[in-house]
Design a protein around this ligand. Structure first.
Ligand SMILES: [Cu+2]
Length: 423
């Protein structure tokens, strides 16, 4: 069982009493050791996911019904019902994330992955989340966008003591409003987010909602960024702006799965931004509207059509559209440097430079010398230059008509006539 042996209930005495009552223990004098044993037994077994594939949506087995989301290259955390409370167990821990085939990064995350699993609940649900810290330093979890009691907001030092390594903290609140949210540490935040600690939180409406449409496909992912030197595994945590890996759910193209829909499906894509810069998200072939933010659903009179919408730092946006055009449509960040993988930015422009004579002279000394960029950078896509281990090319991908020359924050919306519902 992947639980710590030394659980610490850091909530108020009142909640502790309630917890013990729900665990079947009632008594005036319980020693500290018996509390840990009882609490141990009461913890839901953590579910760990090590595969980077997009997992099928998790249809609710208990509680109120809802239409589950699809987390791109991710998964939804199962829960257990305990006397009407949905109980989840998050384990903060070091993980190995395959960011693209052939490239693994040593990150921090939750339950075996970065980002952590998506948490899906229904408006009005009472939710209890056990957070076990298996990191080498303290942490906390902030539930971005939620209405909750102040003591549950997860800000280390301000609303709670931080969760020490080896300890478990219990968060509990009612998911009061439906929407698209996220979670992340609020303790040594710069380091822990640069290392990949974050996850999505979806609160589904409890019934028909005037501003929330039922859709056929509901996708979600977080925008994140890393600075991993080619050939190495661990992100540089001090980087502020010059990240070299622009990712969705800690995956980079060509490692990001496509979004597969049936023609005429109503589609929702929920995007949150936990990088250090904004990302103008651009969809080809369709117009979408932003139907909601992490502040909740947008009034219908305040919606307008777009093909690009900016997601600023710390924001979430819900894009919705009718997928009525068949084909393979690019969906990507419109900052062109964000659809590239690791590269140097301090390279001079070589376009128009006639270096022919120079190349000849250097080749006589260094036979493997290659001149790059004198016609543009597209050569990079097809160049057969040896790369260091554990690295992906700067631009790559094959389409039916040749090289796609993309990386980073890029995927494809595949609209198919015969795509089966739920497939
Ligand atoms: Cu971007």
């Amino acid at each position: 069982m992947r639980v710590t042996t030394n659980i610490e209930m850091q909530k108020t005495m009142n909640t502790r009493r309630n917890f013990m009552r729900s665990a079947g223990i009632v008594g005036a004098a319980i020693s500290a050791t018996s509390i840990s044993k009882v609490a141990m037994a009461a913890l839901p077994e953590p579910v760990i996911q090590s595969r980077p594939d997009t997992m099928p949506p998790l249809h609710p087995q208990s509680g109120r019904p809802y239409n589950p989301v699809v987390t791109l290259n991710g998964w939804t955390l199962p829960w257990r019902m305990n006397q009407g409370v949905k109980e989840f167990h998050l384990v903060a821990e070091p993980v190995v994330r395959e960011m693209a085939p052939g490239f693994k990064a040593h990150l921090w995350g939750y339950n075996g992955q970065s980002p952590g699993p998506t948490i899906e609940v229904v408006e009005g649900d009472r939710v209890r989340i056990f957070v076990t810290n298996k990191l080498p330093e303290h942490t906390s979890v902030h539930w971005h966008g939620q209405r909750l009691p102040n003591g549950m907001d997860g800000v280390s030092g301000l609303t709670q003591p931080s969760i020490q390594p080896g300890k478990t903290f219990v968060y509990e609140f009612v998911a009061r409003r439906p929407g698209t949210f996220m979670y992340h540490p609020h303790a040594d935040e710069m380091v822990q987010m640069a290392m990949g600690m974050m996850g999505l939180w979806i609160t589904h409406p409890k019934g028909p909602h005037p501003l929330i449409e039922t859709v056929d496909r509901d996708f979600c992912f977080l925008l994140n960024a890393y600075d991993v030197e080619p050939g190495s595994y661990t992100p540089k945590i001090m980087t502020m702006l010059e990240f070299n890996l622009w990712s969705w759910n800690s995956r980079i193209f060509p490692g990001i799965d496509s979004l597969n829909v049936r023609q005429y499906d109503k589609v929702r894509i929920r995007v949150g931004n936990l990088t250090m810069t904004n990302h103008p998200m651009h969809l080809h072939g369709h117009e979408f509207v932003v139907t909601g933010t992490d502040g909740g659903p947008v009034q219908k009179s305040a919606r307008w059509p777009e093909v690009t919408a900016d997601v600023a730092v710390g924001q979430m946006r819900q894009f919705e559209f009718l997928a009525d055009e068949e084909g393979d449509w690019a969906f990507h960040c419109h900052k062109s440097h964000h659809t590239m993988n690791a590269m140097g930015h301090d390279i001079p422009t070589m376009i128009g430079v006639d270096a022919h004579d120079l190349t000849k002279k250097i080749t006589s000394l260094v036979p493997d010398y290659m001149l790059m960029g004198d016609r543009g950078m597209a050569d990079m896509g097809e160049m057969e230059m040896p790369l260091p281990d554990n690295t992906v090319p700067m631009m790559t991908g094959e389409g039916p008509f040749g090289g796609v020359e993309m990386g980073g924050m890029f995927s494809v919306l595949k609209v198919r006539k015969n795509q089966k519902p739920g497939e």
